[in-house]
Design a protein around this ligand. Structure first.
Ligand code: GLU
Length: 473
């Protein structure tokens, strides 16, 4: 294939949601696979709904995902002169025409069609208006729109993913390219830009398939061969309905804030419609690039499986280098501990966590001493009669040097044997004392990371608290 040119063309009326991110990714993978160019174009002609902050958010999210663009961003709002020139050319060549019907006239025609039980189509009266008359009325200041002269033959779209679709002429009327206020419509700007930017493959959501016959006609009117189209199947939520906010997080930024890694999200999105074969799941970017092809994209909708994304994220998380992990954890808040302690804590908790947020949460026990204690645990293990052995454990731990977990465990077992208490009645109150909860990683490994001073302080404060409370009652 000669080097392709593809584009991602978001409208900045919302942040980068999962569907948009997948579209961007497929374009990016395709460009990288074939040493092509990935163009970024911001479709911000809807001035009412487009917002600059949303553009910035989209660019940020793409950068975070690693979807770097080679050209752009181009802003449609800065390209009015290009659209006006294209409209002028189409008019001059007779491929488009001015239509002077007023809104009221169009409305009446629409009502008449409805009353007759027909689907309304523009009647095309402007088609036959002589050029001189059209020019004269326009010069006299009469309002008009510009419409495309549609061909009287079926339009066939040979889609690389959805297959062949044929659209009959009576299903397509001479649609508007430029509104009476002079603003070009979406279909027009997209096609003018795709031609002007030399786009060879249009990869986008299947919701744009119904627009495609219009685009094919426009490309031809503009004197260009239509690009290859590849329309990606819908993304559905777990209930089988189109994925949306209702299903929880649906934006790239939300996943970022929830502690997902870009490489996991990218891998997950890649599999929403594309199958690399051989049941491959976890892949590096480089592997995805080398395997990517439009032929292996299926036409059906895909289901967004949150659980699978989280699983995949856990897999990627285990593979992140410890140094980088700390940097990634920073935005989620890290306890004020030295780097070595933090790295040891991460190593201890990593295998039990699937997101950065979960991991940061788990590391909180290495920060401030706990002030809240889980109620169920307190009921069972916050008892004054267990405090004597807990204090004894503290004094045995105080003597352990070096402060290593295997030695601590020996000491605790010996204490349990000597005093006739079970290891659990030593360990569970210790867990509560140290973390505020009964869920913790292997106790002595955690104690080793916490350090002697913190461990003793927490245990003794806890015992005081339990005994003090018992004394007051
Ligand atoms: N701006 C359109 C959208 O955000 C995309 C148009 C296209 O890809 O052709 O849905």
């Amino acid at each position: 294939m000669t080097s392709p040119r593809v584009r991602f063309a978001p409208s900045p009326t919302g942040s980068l949601h999962v569907g948009g991110a997948r579209t961007a990714l497929y374009n990016w993978l395709f460009a990288r696979r074939h040493s092509g160019i990935f163009v970024l174009r911001i479709e911000d002609t809807d001035v009412e709904r487009s917002r600059r902050e949303l553009t910035d958010q989209i660019l940020d999210a793409m950068t975070w995902l690693g979807l770097t663009w080679d050209e752009g961003p181009y802003f449609q709002s800065e390209r009015s002169a290009i659209y006006a020139a294209a409209a002028g050319r189409l008019l001059a060549e007779g491929r488009a025409y001015r239509a002077f019907e007023t809104a009221d006239e169009l409305e009446a025609a629409r009502k008449a069609a409805e009353a007759a039980g027909k689907v309304y189509r523009y009647g095309g009266s402007g088609r036959s208006l002589p050029r001189e008359e059209s020019d004269r009325r326009a010069a006299a200041g009469e309002k008009f729109v510009i419409r495309l002269r549609m061909p009287d033959e079926p339009i066939v779209v040979q889609d690389a993913v959805q297959g062949r679709a044929e659209f009959l002429p009576d299903a397509l009327d001479d649609f508007i390219l430029v509104r009476s206020d002079g603003n070009p419509v979406y279909h027009f700007t997209v096609c003018v830009d795709d031609v002007e930017m030399g786009i060879t493959h249009v990869i986008r959501g299947v919701d744009h398939l119904p627009n495609t016959p219009k685009h094919v006609a426009l490309f031809r009117a503009l004197g260009a061969e239509p690009p290859v189209f590849a329309h990606l199947g819908m993304i559905l939520g777990p209930d089988g309905k189109k994925l949306s906010k209702r299903h929880g997080a649906a934006g790239a930024e939300e996943f970022r804030a929830a502690g997902y890694l870009p490489e996991a999200l990218v891998n997950f999105l890649a599999l929403l419609g594309w199958s690399p074969g051989e049941d491959r799941e976890r892949m590096s970017l480089q592997e995805m690039i080398s395997l990517f092809s439009l032929e292996r994209i299926g036409p059906s909708p895909s289901r967004f499986d949150h659980e699978k994304l989280t699983w995949l994220n856990g897999q990627f998380l285990q593979a992140v280098a410890p140094g980088r992990l700390l940097t990634l954890l920073e935005p989620f808040g890290l306890p004020a501990r030295d780097r070595e302690t933090l790295e040891r804590a991460v190593a201890l908790h990593l295998s039990r966590c699937r997101t950065l947020r979960e991991l940061a949460q788990a590391l909180r026990i290495y920060g401030d001493d706990p002030t809240e204690f889980e109620a169920a645990g307190m009921k069972k293990f916050g008892k004054p009669e267990l405090m004597t052995s807990l204090r004894a454990l503290a004094s045995r731990l105080a003597a352990v040097e070096p402060f290593a977990h295997a030695k601590m465990e020996d000491v605790a077992r010996a204490l349990a044997a000597e005093t006739g208490v079970s290891l659990g009645s030593l360990a569970q109150p210790a867990r509560l004392a140290l973390t505020g909860s009964l869920a913790s990683p292997p106790l002595f490994e955690m104690i080793e990371v916490l350090g002697k001073e913190t461990t003793l302080r927490r245990i003794l404060a806890f015992a005081d608290r339990i005994e003090g409370r018992a004394g007051a009652s």
